[in-house]
Design a protein around this ligand. Structure first.
Ligand code: PSV
Ligand code: MN
Length: 387
């Protein structure tokens, strides 16, 4: 039997990167709601991300999105973040909000447009050099809406050429992380729809090219933990974009829609060494808080990952392996479910306190006054938003 004390060294290592865009306003194609206290600048987003870390000790880095988070001096921005106790993390490129990219960016038939998209990634790499970021995350909004609209094979070939040009530019300590998504905004075919395509494309580049698994980017019913297992087995799981979904790419709080799925995923992460010392797997959130308050939304999210990680670490692997080997189906299932059903909240609260953190970060944030302060101070200017 594994006790809570046995798992604290691994829990200690848990670090979740939060997305800068989660602090800005977001919404659906029907409406983006404004909210009091929303950041107007990258600095304010970073201050909010640092607040999540202050209350949880779980979020030591914030991911940036370019051009949303462009500033003149990224070295200074890095120093600003470090003063607040966090690092600048993954740099996300954006080739989905420019008219030129209506029919594709890295896959476009027009060489000039492909080069423009490649140059944007070069700019992202310059940003990474200044921020000290390891990962360039590429998600492509490319594909087609109607059968016959595009030559899927030609697009795949051009994608390889474009990615190879970008890969050649990344530094020895940097990685290209290719994210897949099965649909949206294109609805007939998507150029990187699944882990297999991402794997094929990054494998053709080299060792420092890996896959990003966004938990919201699969068809309903997909066994995501199987994909996690396979990518870890192949040494190609670079990062997660955690969120949860009921229907499409809902970007809800991770663990909210299906806590059991999050547990199953984390069991495979741990099984595959994803939480080991020096693991190359980056755990990130990719979420939007359309109607709930953003900072507590993020606090809730990292706590959900922590709680489910603790439960997954408590899984009695020895007993499970014995039951599996003996073909004791129901015993094996019960051992698995016992871990999932363990209430780790009291032990986690105590452990947090022993490390100088609030036992209950959600309550502590509500009582702290930071939310009131930003709501009073952040008046005027333009709120960060998808708009
Ligand atoms: C696309 O849906 C995505 O998951 C990608 O990670 C983007 O960079 C992110 O959302 C934010 O738009
Ligand atoms: Mn994502």
């Amino acid at each position: 039997m594994t006790s809570f004390a046995d798992i604290t060294p691994q829990l200690e290592r848990l670090a979740i990167e939060v997305p800068s865009w989660a602090y800005g306003n977001s919404g659906t194609r029907f409406k983006v709601f404004g909210s009091a206290g929303t950041p107007r600048t990258v600095h304010e987003k970073i201050a909010d991300a640092a607040t999540v870390n202050r209350f949880t000790g779980l979020a030591p880095a914030v991911a940036l999105h370019i051009p949303w988070d462009l500033v003149d001096d990224f070295g200074a921005l890095r120093a600003y973040a470090q003063d607040l106790g966090i690092e600048l993390g993954t740099v996300n490129s954006n080739t989905f909000q420019d008219d030129d990219y209506k029919l594709g960016a890295l896959t476009h038939t027009d060489k000039k447009i492909r080069q423009k998209a490649i140059d944007h990634h070069f700019e992202c790499i310059d940003v990474m050099d200044a921020t000290g970021s390891r990962d360039l995350k590429v998600w492509l909004a490319e594909g087609s809406n109607y059968p016959g609209q595009a030559d899927m094979r030609g697009r795949q070939d051009r994608l390889h050429e474009s990615l190879a040009a970008i890969y050649e530019r990344i530094g020895a300590d940097q990685r290209l992380v290719l994210e897949y998504k099965f649909f949206e905004p294109a609805v007939y075919h998507t150029d990187v729809p699944d882990w297999g395509t991402s794997y094929v494309q990054v494998s053709a580049l080299g060792e420092r090219a890996v896959v990003c698994l966004d938990t919201g980017h699969h068809a309903p019913g997909t066994n995501i933990e199987f994909i996690v297992m396979q990518l870890l087995r192949l040494g190609k799981l670079g990062s997660f974009d955690f969120n949860s979904r009921f229907y499409a790419d809902d970007d809800l709080i991770v663990g909210a829609a299906d806590p059991f799925q999050l547990f199953r995923i984390l069991v495979e992460v741990i099984r595959g060494g994803g939480l080991d010392e020096g693991s190359p797997v980056a755990l990130m959130l990719d979420q939007c808080h359309n109607i709930e308050k953003k900072i507590p939304g993020q606090i809730r999210s990292v706590l959900n990952v922590q709680e489910m990680t603790a439960r997954a670490l408590l899984l009695d692997r020895e007993a499970l392996a014995a039951a599996e080997a003996a073909g004791e189906v129901l015993d094996a299932h019960e051992i698995f479910m016992d871990a999932f059903s363990t209430d780790v909240r009291p032990a986690l609260a105590e452990w947090r306190e022993s490390r100088g953190l609030p036992a209950h970060p959600m309550k502590a944030y509500a009582a702290d006054g930071y939310q009131e302060q930003i709501e009073t101070e952040r008046v005027g200017g333009t709120q960060a938003s998808w708009n």
